[in-house]
Design a protein around this ligand. Sequence first.
Ligand SMILES: [Fe+2]
Length: 412
Amino acid sequence: MIAKTTTTTYLTQAFAQARAGTDALFGLVRPEAFYDRPVPERHRLIFYLGHLEAFDWNLITQAAAVPSFHQEFDQLFAFGIDPKPGHPPQDEPSAWPKIEEVEQYNVRVRRAIDDLCIDVSKQMLSVALEHRLMHAETFAYLLHSLSIDQKTPPVVSPSPPGPSAIPVMIEIPGGTVTLGQPRKDRYGNNQFGWDNEFESHEVSVASFAMSKYKVTNGEYLQFVRAGAKPPHFWRWRKGQWYQRSMWEEVPLPLDWPVYVTHEEASAFAVWTGKRLPTEAEFHRAAYGTVRGDEERTYPWGDDQPDRRRGNFGGNRWDPISVTATPLGDSAFGISQLVGNGWEWTSTVFQPFPGFQPLSFYPGYSARFFDGDHYVLKGASARTDPRFLRRSFRNWFRPNFPYVYAGFRCVEH
Ligand SMILES: [Fe+2]
């Protein structure tokens, strides 16, 4: 195996598990659909089949100075895309290799990496692991947009019920929040985080009120009836609204969080006389406490995440009722701040003070500091629990509709 030290054993096991997870995900796609492009601004699915291994190869073996056995694939599968609006990729399916060729490449890459007689650093192994886990989520978005007859559904458990959501605004007193994380833990060891999670710094937040629940399909329906465009995940058929869930179309569940773009979320907030929270306000609502000088690890406290606390970790493919997981409420009684859908903030994605790009992956965040990406916090049903750490930041363009992202409003 890759790692030889006991400190990396846990990571090595997690990495093997993550490989099994992404293998299972690719197994849900019918072979011919690998050459489809379900999201126009992203690569065809075949790219992702090769990308995870090419990324690991380029990252890990480069550091070990191992010569390449397939430079063409190392480059072809090296980078994803995020084109500016109006500039979708133009490649043809014929430009991509056969599935079997990619699978053979993957097998060789895995074997070569696992046979490396070096200690891969904890940081590099964490990068490979989290890169794969992030793609497991974003691949689910692509899979979601793939037509239903091009995927093989697994057994799916029904959505748990929740009491009806009565919209209520909760007052949150002002306080100081910690954004980001320190590079060293309290014992002086390096802490893993992506470049945009450093440095740790304090921001003071004035009092505000936030909705207890995420905005639901039912609330957003009023906005659509008033003339707003329906969200990407909705379908109008035979006089009725449906939600396009991962494996079927279901009559629009009014108590599920609505998934919308940043532009749609902002427009709804304005329509109701409110606004989206800033990243710092989200932190205050999620991790702050009434006492004010303590911050929690997770909204519910310091206990490790488990499925009773929220809809995350890949236990489900779709949202659940916004009221279904009260055990995950924050100190102020705000529900589902992690899980059941990322939440758009009004904060433009920018580096924290002291930002330094990763030497071996300089573009990870820096290519997105263009003023056209917004910070999302929280997690979706498909987010790995590793990303529930407080400092983790997600970001997307404001008009990208394919993300499992909803929102809640704040006022004053
Ligand atoms: Fe990637």
